[in-house]
Design a protein around this ligand. Structure first.
Ligand code: ATP
Ligand code: BTN
Length: 243
């Protein structure tokens, strides 16, 4: 499918812009990149800090056939694609934090936000995949956890955002047909090998569930080894926190 690429100086959210383009009947796969976002968003209404000129803010409009059920694991698949792209550019030690964060050893490097747009027709679903990656960010307010950026963690590499965007889009376009044809299973092992929770003491459900991280199951749920056995945790509802 032809890409419909838009590069903007400023936008509220690249995800919101893709939604508007879909509403406006864009032809091709919408891809939006912006130099800054005034209302960048994370999961559950959280803010994605999006300063000008420093980072990558990228969203794609994706279409899948087979109903909403085929989307299980999509944000993990995108995480694997982003990790592959960054490793191809020379970063080692990319970690993935279930369900949607991209990590380096010193903190959160980026995040993925998958939003459901709706059903175009019976069984044809549209989603917006947004990816934020810190590239040159040297200071930021309003981030309540350790964060990282590519040029700080991995100096001496050409961190041009065009180059990163190209690598990330290519990796996503490589992964999507595999995911569409075969579903999540092929991505389980590549996700597991970057799992930052593995073997860590975790808690979920507001502390009601405690145990050690085991990894994801074949559907992409995170599994915790508790005193009463392995318990799978679904994406969307809860956060895992290292205890
Ligand atoms: P979880 O989803 O498990 O609750 P989380 O705390 O990372 O994890 P998300 O909704 O995935 O929550 O991400 C939003 C959070 O990311 C914000 O609350 C903030 O702590 C952090 N954040 C915001 N902007 C940035 C940024 N540019 N770089 C790194 N981290 C950021
Ligand atoms: C998260 O960790 O909560 C996900 C953050 C996703 C941020 C990206 S930046 C590009 C796209 N546009 C948005 O408003 N959010 C995503």
């Amino acid at each position: 499918k032809q890409l419909a690429l838009t590069v903007l100086d400023e936008v509220d959210s690249t995800n919101a812009e893709v939604i508007r383009q879909i509403g406006g009947g864009v032809t091709g796969m919408p891809v939006v990149i912006a130099d800054c976002q005034t209302a960048g968003r994370g999961r559950r209404g959280r803010v994605w800090q999006s300063p000008r000129g420093e980072n990558l803010y990228l969203s794609l409009g994706l279409t899948f056939h087979g109903g909403f059920g085929v989307l299980d694991g999509l944000s993990l698949v995108l995480g694997v694609a982003v990790a592959n792209a960054l490793e191809g550019l020379g970063v080692s030690e990319i970690g993935l934090k279930w369900p949607n964060d991209i990590f380096l050893p010193d903190g959160k490097l980026g995040g993925i936000l998958v939003e459901l747009q709706g059903e175009l027709e019976e069984g044809v679903v549209q989603v917006i995949a947004g990816i934020g990656l810190n590239v040159h960010m040297s200071k930021v307010d309003g981030v309540d956890q350790p964060w990282s950026s590519l040029d700080r963690a991995c100096p001496g590499v050409d961190w041009s955002r065009n180059r990163i965007a190209t690598a990330v889009i290519d990796a996503i376009l490589d992964a999507l047909p595999i995911f569409a044809d075969r579903g999540f299973p092929d991505f389980r092992a590549p996700w597991q090998k970057r799992d930052i929770f593995k073997g860590q003491p975790l808690q979920a459900r507001g502390g009601d569930l405690e145990g050690n991280g085991v990894g994801i199951d074949e559907a992409g749920n995170y599994q915790i080894q508790t005193a009463n056995g392995i318990v799978p945790v679904r994406a969307g509802e809860i956060s895992l926190r290292v205890a």
